[in-house]
Design a protein around this ligand. Structure first.
Ligand SMILES: Nc1nc2c(ncn2[C@@H]2O[C@H](COP(=O)(O)OP(=O)(O)OP(=O)(O)O)[C@@H](O)[C@H]2O)c(=O)[nH]1
Ligand SMILES: [Mg+2]
Length: 317
């Protein structure tokens, strides 16, 4: 960026920050980011209390961020209940990486399914997988004369990962409210799939503190935390940096820009914004607008299919 533009940029940033401060709610103004509203603590307690009622836990993770979208306390929370890991939003993630992540979780002893709940791909494997996992239990019920006893499963995951949509797809009806923003489901809801299966929908939960700030960023890129509590330009810069490193051709194709070997995130945003003609007074690029557009195009899949985390390669050293 030429010096004059850099100065303007800094001034504009300060102006925007001041504007944001004026518009922000008291909670937003403080340092404490509201990842963890009170209802999430309540949901955690509800999950713990309802575990004894279910035969299985369905952990839905976002195939684009299979580690960041997993609650680090999930093992403690779920204990020894059989667990089925669902890599949902598979349609939005890199197909090769879906395979890699499936193998990763299978190697840890989980049963894994890959689903796209928008089209329904993979969903019909769910009921057979559940019955396979619980075969011994179902046989024991039959021996005790409890023929026709329903399998009950609890569906858990971070906000907006697709829990309610998944339940609706499995049930083949719109029982649970599902919308494209985090925090839609506010209480528990049992949904009857058929004579043999009942699913418990739960509100999305996060955890009070992220060990690694990149987890918070990943959850924000994918829409698991509300945008209102995030700095859009910071988010877009982080996302475009990852995409520029791992999927440069996708940015080049969509925004008609060049992605050099070394770059700063805001340089790519600025180039893309200029191409789109997002200018403000003085010919500067409207980075806020370009940031919003980038996030929208990423989330809606217009940019392509990307996975933002890679499984660790086992160390054979
Ligand atoms: N592309 C794509 N979109 C999906 C998929 N699954 C769910 N969605 C969309 O994601 C959005 C959120 O879905 P919900 O089912 O409400 O998510 P949730 O996990 O129940 O969210 P909370 O109740 O807020 O925790 C909706 O717009 C769904 O259409 C998927 O596999 N692929
Ligand atoms: Mg929901």
């Amino acid at each position: 960026m030429p010096r004059s533009n850099r100065v303007n940029h800094a001034k504009r940033q300060a102006r925007l920050a001041a504007q944001n401060r004026q518009q922000a709610s008291p909670a937003q103004q403080g340092i404490t980011v509201q990842w963890y509203p009170g209802h999430m603590a309540k949901t955690r307690r509800m999950i713990a209390e309802h575990l004894k009622l279910v035969d299985l836990v369905v952990e839905i993770v976002d195939a684009r961020i299979p580690i960041s979208s997993r609650n680090p306390d999930i093992d403690e929370l779920v204990g020894t209940k059989p667990r089925l890991v669902i890599l949902n939003r598979a349609d939005q993630a890199d197909p090769a990486m879906n395979q890699a992540w499936g193998s990763y979780f299978r190697a840890q002893g989980f049963t894994v399914l890959e689903t796209d709940c928008r089209s329904g791909r993979g969903v019909n494997q769910f009921a057979p997988a559940v019955r396979r996992m619980l075969r011994d239990k179902i046989e024991a019920w039959a021996e005790k004369g409890q023929v026709g006893r329903k399998v009950r499963a609890m569906v858990v995951g971070v906000p907006n990962v697709g829990k309610s949509t998944f339940i609706n797809k499995v049930a083949g009806k719109k029982s649970a409210n599902a919308q494209n923003r985090p925090g839609v489901t506010r209480g528990k809801q049992w949904v009857t799939v058929d004579d043999g299966l009942e699913l418990l929908d739960t509100p999305g939960i996060l955890w009070p503190k992220f060990e690694d700030p990149s987890i918070g960023m990943n959850l924000a890129y994918t829409g698991a935390v509300r945008d209102e509590i995030m700095d859009l330009q910071e988010l877009a810069c982080g996302l475009v940096t990852y995409l520029g490193k791992h999927y440069p051709q996708a940015l080049e194709a969509r925004y008609q820009i060049e992605v050099p070997a070394r770059f700063q995130g805001w340089e790519l945003l600025e180039a893309a914004g200029r191409r789109r003609g997002f200018l403000i007074s003085g010919g500067e690029v409207d980075l806020e607008r370009m940031s919003r557009v980038l996030l929208e195009e990423y989330r809606s899949g217009k940019l392509g299919r990307f996975t933002l985390e890679e499984p660790e390669v086992p160390d054979h050293g």
